[in-house]
Design a protein around this ligand. Structure first.
Ligand SMILES: NC(=O)c1ccc[n+]([C@@H]2O[C@H](COP(=O)([O-])OP(=O)(O)OC[C@H]3O[C@@H](n4cnc5c(N)ncnc54)[C@H](OP(=O)(O)O)[C@@H]3O)[C@@H](O)[C@H]2O)c1
Length: 338
């Protein structure tokens, strides 16, 4: 039985961690943390979990976590993880960090994009990027997982087969992606108020979204050559889900049926990737750990459609996949829809 701590237990990603882990036959949640003086119980923060869990939230205490947990999921905003990861690791606790703090290997690039110096170079050098579909063999030995971003997973999983095979011009890639509002977390912000975002679609962080260097770094590793992307995120009025519509120029003539075959072969050992003949909709993968991908050829150019649930395949679901691999369980253990 794995004993689990969830740090940042009142947030949206944490809620999905509870949901999945309560379904896991070999995981027991022993610690949940919150900074608040009068911390709500887990079932008060997440009323939908009432009757399934009864657990007090306590302040972060590294000794308590080390005594009561084998693994800590950190569902904290970026930069907050930098303070707690070294403390947990010094006590032998394995960590899966859902924030961006350990995803970008180059500390200067991290500082440039996140506006904060990286204060844990040892952790950064040891962290494994936890995208099982690409790095499955690295995860079992990891003690620190940098869980991928939600837009990044949609983009990378949509492009990886093409980039790995060198089929597209690596500087031609355009990712237009749309996310539901839960992608911004639970803390209220003016642009996330219902009257502001309902019945409206808006692009944001044009040319400077923080997932850009993560996508480029991972795809460059996959392809063995520098990949550049024009990535434009959009906020759309739904609770959850990401749709990425991705354009890339083929290096030579391509046939759609061959691309579908390539994707099926590339992901044949990946139970959470569904290569679709139809165009996927966000509803198809909502509340599941699936990423649906569909490559198409239109007028000789490639368009890939990639959909996932930002809170599950984009956050908590892939985190539990990583946990399963770290502790020797089948990757699919604990997931309720397959
Ligand atoms: N939302 C998504 O779709 C998504 C997808 C992929 C990755 N992520 C990443 O996952 C992490 C959690 O995201 P989320 O959407 O769950 O965020 P969230 O809903 O805002 O929850 C974050 C939680 O962390 C705690 N917290 C906030 N500021 C803190 C600080 N400075 N120090 C310590 N604790 C703090 C808060 O709990 P208390 O107030 O109770 O302490 C809060 O409930 C983020 O790094 C995010 O980028 C999110």
């Amino acid at each position: 039985m794995m004993k689990i701590a969830i740090v940042g237990a009142s947030g949206y990603a944490a809620r999905e961690l509870f949901e999945i882990l309560l379904n896991h036959p070999d995981a027991r949640i022993t610690v949940a943390t919150s900074r608040r003086d009068e911390a709500p119980r887990v079932e008060e923060s997440h009323p939908g979990l009432a009757g399934r869990i009864s657990l007090e939230c306590t302040p972060f205490d590294v000794d308590r976590i080390a005594a009561d947990a084998d693994l800590a999921f950190l569902a904290l905003p970026h930069t907050a993880s930098l303070e707690v990861v070294p403390a947990l690791r010094s006590k032998g606790v394995k960590v899966i960090d859902l924030s961006a703090d350990y995803r970008i290997k180059n500390a200067q690039v991290y500082e440039q994009w996140y506006g904060h110096a990286h204060t844990d170079p040892a952790g950064l050098s040891e962290a494994i990027y936890g995208l099982p579909e690409l790095f499955r063999d690295r995860i079992p030995a990891a003690s620190l997982i940098a869980n991928p971003g939600c837009y990044t997973s949609a983009g990378i999983l949509g492009l990886a087969p093409l980039v790995a095979e060198g089929l597209v011009d690596p500087k031609s890639i355009i990712i237009d992606a749309m996310s539901g509002v839960s992608g911004a977390g639970r803390a209220p912000k003016p642009n996330l108020h219902f009257p502001e975002c309902n019945e409206s679609v808006v692009a944001y962080s044009v040319g400077n979204h923080r997932h850009t260097p993560e996508i480029e770094h991972i795809l460059s590793e996959v392809g063995g050559e520098a990949v550049e992307t024009l990535f434009t995120p959009h906020l759309i009025p739904m609770d959850r889900g990401i749709n990425a519509t991705i354009h890339a120029e083929p290096r030579s003539t391509v046939v759609e049926a061959s691309l579908v075959e390539l994707y099926r072969s590339f992901y044949h050992a990946s139970p959470f990737i569904r290569v679709c003949a139809r165009i996927p909709a966000t509803k198809d993968s909502a509340r599941t750990n699936f990423c649906d991908v569909a490559p198409k050829v239109v007028r000789g150019r490639i368009i890939i459609f990639s959909c996932l649930d930002n809170l599950i395949k984009g956050a908590a679901g892939v985190a539990v996949q990583n946990m399963n691999l770290m502790f020797g369980y089948p990757e699919t253990t604990g997931f309720w829809r397959l």
